[in-house]
Design a protein around this ligand. Structure first.
Ligand SMILES: Nc1ncnc2c1ncn2[C@@H]1O[C@H](COP(=O)(O)OP(=O)(O)O)[C@@H](O)[C@H]1O
Ligand SMILES: [Mg+2]
Length: 467
């Protein structure tokens, strides 16, 4: 559209320019001729007039007529209209007082006499310009009209030429624009379409949906983001179903054991009281186990649904010593040396119950996974704006390939041993979540057969940080 408007205005402009230029030139020639002829007309110098007129009509390219005030042709450069009347609107205008006037005629159309009058001058349907200029005598009064006729067909033709050229360019550019447009649209719509399909597949539950990453533009990074998002969702979905199946399995084990124990009690008739008591003690143990699993699961569910924190500034050193004291009997029972070294009192903004559980679980693990005669050392130090708690044991250690997984839910290196010591495999995942809730980090280093060190870093409370 813009191109059409530009093309049209361009043709208009060029045409106007060409016509103005031409009209001005032709009118000047007509005016000059009128001046020359004026003298001859006054002097009745027919020969002079004839010479001027034939000279003015450039080599038959143009035609010159000299009319008197009654519009009778006094002199025709082609000597065909002499003595006849010749009148047009422009001539009338000049007779009525205008200095000059001009108009354009299609010699192919118009009245027959006009066509006949100008025949032989230029081809049929050729455009012609007619210039009328007043011939005045010395006193300034009108003595005749000079008519200068000149073909303007070539202007029309060059204009048509320009028109065709512009049209051709318009077509070429429009095609190019359309092609580029189609290409650009393809590069835009195709990735969007693919992304759309991917999203639709995902919303229908197919989390394996991925899109092809092409090129290196914004669409490519969008595709990459989509892929990594769906990958994460897929992982999350997998780990969730894994968790559910693990949880069911963990709950089933004590239930099956209990069922066997109770069935034996029911069908073994009669049973001696000592045996019955032993069976019931075992059932009770399984119930305790179920209880532990369920309460650990509840804790995890609570963490997942955004746990409330009862924050307060508390002394981590005191907290650590308290848990060491709580576990001292267990350590003694297992023949393990347990000690605790707190260098300076450090304050952390935290939830007492949760931090207690964190420390208890870590020290409890250290004792449980250390053979008789081993050692467990707990220390508290300050590193910059952090309180660093270390629990180092001389126990069985953790194989390198298991180390990255020990914080996963239900992950146990040695299932039999963990179950024997009453573990649920959820302890460390709860610990990790609690530490993260406090803005801290937890890390484990271990050498198989030599021991394990857990390091917990917690940010010091605001008061301490300012010092
Ligand atoms: N101090 C440690 N020494 C050796 N292994 C450990 C230690 N702490 C944890 N682990 C390993 O990490 C696993 C996960 O620990 P945790 O989540 O507390 O479960 P569990 O209920 O078995 O104690 C344990 O089963 C054990 O294999
Ligand atoms: Mg544990």
């Amino acid at each position: 559209m813009a191109f059409c408007v530009i093309g049209y205005s361009l043709i208009q402009l060029v045409g106007e320019y060409l016509f103005t230029q031409r009209t001005r030139d032709d009118q000047r020639i007509a005016d000059d001729l009128a001046k020359d002829c004026g003298g001859y007309l006054v002097a009745f110098d027919a020969q002079g007039l004839y010479d001027a007129v034939t000279q003015g009509a450039l080599e038959g390219q143009t035609r010159v007529l000299v009319l008197d005030r009654l519009c009778t042709v006094q002199m025709d450069s082609e000597s065909r209209l002499n003595g006849r009347r010749f009148i047009t609107a422009e001539i009338e205008n000049v007779l009525e007082g205008a200095d000059s006037d001009y108009g354009f005629y299609d010699t192919g159309g118009g009245s027959r006499w006009f066509r006949a009058a100008l025949s032989g001058f230029s081809g049929a349907s050729a455009m012609t310009g007619l210039y009328a200029s007043a011939i005045t005598n010395a006193s300034g009064s009108l003595s005749g009209v000079l008519v200068y006729i000149s073909g303007v067909q070539e202007i029309y033709e060059s204009l048509r030429d320009i028109q065709l050229k512009i049209l051709a360019w318009l077509l070429i550019v429009a095609t190019a624009v359309m092609l580029v447009n189609a290409l650009v649209l393809r590069t835009i719509t195709r990735p969007i379409g693919e992304l759309n399909t991917g999203i639709a597949r995902m919303s229908q539950g197919d989390l394996s949906a991925r899109v092809v990453v092409r090129g290196n533009n914004e669409f490519a990074s969008l595709a990459k983001a989509f892929n990594s998002m769906s990958e994460r969702l897929e992982q999350l979905d997998k780990s969730r179903s894994q968790f559910v199946s693990n949880a069911s399995h963990e709950l089933k084990t004590p239930l099956s054991t209990m069922k066997i124990l109770i069935e034996t009690l029911m069908y073994q008739d009669p049973m001696d009281p000592g045996m019955t008591k032993e069976f019931l003690t075992d059932v009770n143990k399984e119930i305790d186990r179920l209880n532990r699993i369920v309460s650990d699961l509840l804790t995890l569910v609570n963490i997942d649904s955004g746990m409330k924190m009862n924050l307060a500034d508390l002394d981590v050193g005191a907290l650590l010593m308290e848990q060491v004291k709580r576990l001292a009997p267990l350590a003694r029972e297992n023949g393990i040396e347990l000690d605790c070294a707190v260098k300076e009192p450090l304050e952390v903004n935290g939830d007492t119950l949760k931090l207690q559980q964190v420390l208890y679980n870590i020290i409890d693990n250290a004792i449980k996974y250390t053979p008789r005669g081993g050692e467990v050392h707990c220390t508290l130090n300050r590193a910059g704006r952090k309180a660093v708690i270390r629990v180092a044991d001389s126990g069985v250690g953790i194989p390198e390939e298991d180390l990255p997984h020990i914080f996963d839910r239900f992950y146990r290196v040695d299932k039999a041993r963990s179950r024997e010591t009453g573990g649920t495999g959820l302890g460390l995942s709860i610990v990790k979540q609690f530490v993260l809730l406090h803005g801290g980090t937890i890390d484990a280093k271990s050498t198989l057969g030599k021991g394990t060190t857990f390091t917990i870093e917690l940010p010091l409370s605001g008061k301490k940080q300012e010092e």
